[in-house]
Design a protein around this ligand. Sequence first.
Ligand SMILES: [Zn+2]
Length: 322
Amino acid sequence: MPRRRLALEAYRVGWICPLEVEQIAAMDMLDEEHDSLPQKPADHNVYKLGSINNHNIVIAGLPLTGNCPAATVVAQMRMTFPNLRYGLLVGIGGGVPVRTENGTIRLGHVVVGTPTGVHSGTVQYDHGKAKEGSFERTGSIPPPPALLLNAARALNVVREREDHDPVWKDAQRPLKRRRGARRFKFPGVAKDYLYPPQNTHQQPDKSCTESGCDPCQRIDRNVDEDEDEESFVVVHQGTIASGELVVKTAALRDRLADQYGVLCFEMEAAGALADFPCLVIRGISDYCDSHKNDEWHGYAAAAAAAYARQLFFHLPEEEAQK
Ligand SMILES: [Zn+2]
């Protein structure tokens, strides 16, 4: 089927995915891919265009992770696509293994940045430091647009009521490809290693097994609490922490999590959201501790992308297309 070629003005939604694995997952969620369009020389982004449920979407990756690249990519994207109304920041993040009303946060779950208490959905915990650099912002990060929060609510309702989880189903879409599908497969709860905070991984370049991390110390995942584990994506809503720092110790994770009440850490939201209304969606791929590894990256990226895809079935068409 020939690809359609739309005008720059036809795109309303920006989908920002910092890592390559996240961009692949995002592409796998499209119903239709569109032809690329000419852009100004000043715009250095590479876009992938397409649609989900008749909503036209611009997908952009980041050259580097972090707030500054995210802010630059978003600024250029909005210059090229004049009618972009809101964004989705979709990718993987480090989880804090705390309890929410949907159970304890574990690998492969999804965290959606949602206004809670004093926070708007995202908190830039290192924003004093960021202010001294090239990234200038003060005050709080704006909340996600009401349209996306309403879509998230509608999706929650559907998922509560239906027997089959559409997010889980869509998270399997990358597996239909002939090549490169394996990295997106659900690793299984037996591969979810959560250690107590005081248990540290000794050899950074080696796996937990090679490094001698004691399996008896692991905190077992309560599968009952995850309902039907293999066919349901658990989604938590609350505050996401955004900062330049890679959090790699459980002690720092828990200190920051206590201080701000956060569920998840990531590194781009503060930049992307500076003046662009976005919903932040993160698949949990590690626990921000010394044991972190890449094993869950693919599935966590697919789960987050699948959640983002499902939102397009709950957005009013006329609003998004106008
Ligand atoms: Zn380890």
